[in-house]
Design a protein around this ligand. Structure first.
Ligand SMILES: Nc1nc2c(c(=O)[nH]1)N[C@H]1C(S)=C(S)[C@@H](COP(=O)(O)O)O[C@H]1N2
Ligand SMILES: [Mo]
Length: 333
């Protein structure tokens, strides 16, 4: 299993970047000091990490959770974190436009307070739940995951969240529940990309998982990154993170979670079924019809330092392989 405590000797890169600094602080402080960490960074490192980013107020439901966070419950080994500025300024969130910079520019329009999530379908306990109610029973964990976009770029992001499995169990799925369907908020007056009319997407954005994928311990409901609440452009206040699948499965700003008997039709599958499948497992051997998936561009990169690395099967999360032992991964891409 990936869940382990890293050794202190892994902290060599500290002081090189504010991101490394962020990590080393959490590594040595433990949970007790973690609540203080936000204000305790040296002013320069703090300023660099959040350069150009407007930080909103931190809501009470989040600050209450800080003292008991399990820091680095999952790590990405020695791989460096992608800087905060890239994680929050190079995004896909088509509701706010199709350029990578559009979400950072326009997602502040998204109203995230109050937020409520409808849980329905094949469950014994359906109903709307406020964000506060939904997060309250869970201990937050920091999970440092690789994120591999189907467009062949990738990042390493320190998420904060809790296993989706815990949330689903609380809703008590019935025997008929075979898939989980997720839906993003649809608010055209707040979302320039939805209003534009150029988009071919049939809103709202929809994603889905098979029940065993949804219950896998790596599947995360994220509410934060880099020790803070999620910025709107990253899918505030609640988004899915499925690290062994292409990024488009990791649906943002979720307002509805439905347990269903039939496989849901998902947004990208509907748009171009020969290019984007339901499974979307990261696989260097199954190319996209228009480009290779054998390698990826790890951010940050530049023209002079392209930082191209080999893509790994299941994005390096081999422990999920048993979920697909009966599946032809070329056919079910
Ligand atoms: N609602 C919604 N969720 C979405 C998307 C989107 O356009 N709309 N883009 C997806 C894609 S293609 C990727 S790669 C990831 C990007 O997440 P990030 O911007 O937090 O890195 O979000 C995914 N979730
Ligand atoms: Mo993506």
């Amino acid at each position: 299993m990936l869940i382990k405590t890293p050794s202190p000797s892994a902290a060599r890169e500290c002081d090189v970047t504010p991101e490394a600094h962020y990590l080393s602080r959490r590594r040595f402080m433990g949970a007790a000091g973690a609540a203080l960490a936000m204000g305790a960074l040296p002013a320069r490192a703090e300023a660099e990490r959040y350069a150009g980013v407007e930080l909103g107020a931190t809501p009470a439901w989040f600050t209450e959770k800080l003292p008991e966070i399990r820091w680095q419950a999952v790590t990405a080994g020695e791989e460096a974190l992608t800087p905060y500025a890239d994680v929050t300024h190079y995004n896909n969130f088509y509701e706010f436009g199709t350029s990578k910079g559009d979400p950072a520019r326009y997602a502040d329009k998204l109203v995230i307070e109050p937020w409520s999530v409808m849980i329905d379908g094949e469950v014994a306990r359906p109903g709307p739940v406020s964000l506060e109610q939904l997060v309250q029973p869970h201990r937050l964990e920091e999970r440092i995951y690789r994120l591999r976009c189907v467009e062949a770029w990738s990042m390493v992001i320190p998420w904060l969240g809790f296993p989706l499995a815990e949330l689903l169990k609380r809703a008590e799925p019935t025997g008929k529940a075979r898939y989980v369907r997720f839906e993003t908020q649809l608010a055209p007056e707040q979302m320039a990309g939805v209003r534009s009319g150029f988009s071919l997407i049939d809103w709202p954005y929809v994603e889905g998982l098979r029940m065993d994928e949804a219950m896998h311990p790596l599947t995360l409901m994220a509410v934060g990154l880099y020790g803070r609440v999620l910025p709107n452009q990253n899918g505030a206040p609640l988004r899915l993170v499925v690290p062994w699948k292409y990024g488009f499965k990791s649906i943002k700003s979720i307002v509805r979670i439905s347990l269903v008997a039939e496989r849901p039709q998902t947004t990208w599958e509907k748009l171009a079924p020969d290019e984007y499948g339901f499974y979307a497992n990261v696989n260097p051997q199954v190319d996209h019809p228009r480009w290779s998936q054998a390698t990826e561009r790890r951010l940050p990169n530049s023209l002079f330092s392209p930082n191209v690395i080999d893509t790994r099967l299941f994005n390096g999360y081999e422990e999920v392989a048993s979920l697909y032992s009966d599946l032809d991964l070329r056919k079910y891409y």
